[in-house]
Design a protein around this ligand. Structure first.
Ligand code: DGY
Length: 340
């Protein structure tokens, strides 16, 4: 090695080691690569738990995706780890309690993806209500033989309908805002006793109700809650039965908040008119899933936050969170501030 090469080698050795479990957009990745001695998992498929441990064993930083299982058994094997930087707002794949116990900071990317996810929610509301995907297939498959038919592909009106929002956090409110243009009546549930009830009533005419009332009265129900032990299968057979005949269910949060088998039954017997799903119990959904056989389901591959701007901004936020945590400062988007 010549002196320049030795110097470059030493600089890399001095930089803190970071494992990035997938290639994230360059706006963030370039910063990470510049400031840290980073190894980026080259494959599109996620590393296994063993591969995460192998690659992160001497790292101080770990940048993760929601499909990386970062449980206690993984964290336990990473003795140098100081921060887990999640490239998502949801972090149900990480055992935050255990990380906190180990003194490890966890960060996420809240806020930036709110509007993008609300847009996708609305795309699913419109597509299911007006049967857009069925219409598209109808035309492509050559079924359109009669110029205009009075009862072809009848859907339901969004304008003036009642929208039930389960979870009135950032994304729930962004969905409610869009519903104003459709003159919708809004009902919502919220985990906390909402100090914003008055504001939400004034702003959107929205009423805070219990889950049963919401399910019984809404024409369209949309889920905007994190996955926790309390919300797993929040919508099961009994809850689906409470929903109005011919109503629509939308999910852009996490698949496990719905009992998918029960949902399949409710859709098959047409108790629900349709469902719009961006998230599933198992991702990717198996091609054998009966949901794929149903005409009245619109499916998307977990793309709620998938706009170029949002995904790039999420990557930049990850770089900032990583930089702050490894410099001993409080990261802007810390999930477990009690660790400090
Ligand atoms: C999240 O951020 O939790 C979404 O599911 C993916 O962006």
């Amino acid at each position: 090695m010549n002196p320049n090469e030795v110097r470059a080698f030493m600089v890399i050795r001095l930089k803190k080691r970071v494992f990035v479990t997938r290639k994230i957009p360059n706006d963030g990745l370039n910063i990470i690569n510049q400031e840290f001695n980073a190894f980026v998992w080259p494959d599109e498929f996620p590393p296994s738990k063993e591969e995460i441990v192998q690659n992160a064993v001497d790292c101080e930083g770990l940048v993760t995706l929601l499909s990386d299982p970062i449980g206690a058994e993984v964290i336990e094997q990473l003795p140098n780890l100081k921060v887990i930087v999640q490239y998502a707002v949801g972090y149900d794949n990480i055992d935050v309690k255990f990380a906190t116990k180990k003194g490890i900071i966890v960060t996420n990317t809240p806020g930036v993806l709110t509007e993008t996810t609300a847009d996708l929610t609305w795309a699913l509301i419109m597509a299911t209500s007006r049967r857009i995907n069925e219409a598209d297939r109808y035309v492509r498959e050559g079924h359109w033989k009669v110029a205009w038919s009075p009862e072809l592909l009848l859907g339901s009106d969004v304008y003036g309908a009642t929208l039930g929002i389960i979870g009135m956090g950032r994304i729930g409110r962004a969905v409610a805002k869009r519903a104003q243009g459709f003159n919708m009546k809004i009902l919502y549930t919220s985990r906390s006793i909402n100090e914003r009830d008055t504001e939400l009533r004034q702003q959107f005419g929205a009423d805070h109700v219990d889950l049963v009332t919401l399910l019984r009265k809404s024409d369209i129900v949309t889920l905007h809650i994190p996955l926790t032990s309390d919300t797993r299968h929040l919508i099961g057979k009994a809850e689906l039965a409470m929903m109005k005949q011919g109503s629509i269910l939308i999910n852009t949060s996490r698949g496990q908040v719905i009992d998918e088998d029960a949902l399949y039954q409710a859709l098959m017997i047409k108790h629900l008119a349709a469902a719009g799903l961006d998230v599933f119990t198992e991702e990717p959904i198996s091609l054998d899933s009966p949901l794929l056989q149903l005409e009245n389901v619109v499916l998307a591959p977990h793309i709620g936050s998938a706009s170029t701007y949002t995904r790039s901004t999420m990557a930049k936020m990850c770089a900032e969170n990583l930089r702050a945590a490894l410099a001993g400062a409080k990261p802007p988007n810390i999930v477990n501030p009690e660790v400090l």
